[in-house]
Design a protein around this ligand. Structure first.
Ligand code: THU
Length: 128
């Protein structure tokens, strides 16, 4: 699967975003080392704090189904009234830490116009 194909799956997952409070819709697509892909979207809540980011939804779906090896994640985010995000949406700090729990620093992080790595986005992640 190419990075472009994975990003396209993130754009499709974004269509399921539940984001009535921020009107910022995010989709994520996580590529596992066996070739399978788990997607997620952001799911907001009236109390705001319980809101789940798209990346964490994708990671938790995958991990809860027994997946442990990951090679790339694509993230597509932008104003909900636009079908196609026109800029880069990078994982938030909390999602970077969650990714670091399960993914190597070499994990490719694919956004609309960039490809970087988790290690670049979160050097010296916290580990017990
Ligand atoms: N959001 C994500 O889904 N992923 C991120 O990495 C950053 C933020 C969501 C949370 C919230 O629903 C909306 O974007 C605005 O912060």
């Amino acid at each position: 699967m190419t990075h472009q194909e994975l990003y396209r799956l993130a754009v499709l997952a974004r269509e399921m975003s539940y984001s009535p409070y921020s009107n910022f819709a995010v989709g994520a697509a996580l590529l596992c080392d066996d070739g399978s892909v788990y997607t997620g979207c952001n799911i907001e809540n009236a109390a705001l704090g319980p809101t789940a980011c798209a990346e964490r939804v994708a990671v938790f779906k995958a991990v809860s189904e027994g997946k442990r090896g990951f090679v790339a994640i694509a993230v597509a985010g932008g104003p909900a009234d636009s079908a196609m995000p026109d800029g880069d949406c990078f994982p938030c700090g909390v999602c970077r830490q969650v990714l670091a729990e399960f993914c190597p620093p070499s994990l490719a992080v694919v956004t609309k116009n960039h490809v970087t790595t988790l290690g670049q986005l979160l050097p010296h992640s916290f580990k017990l």
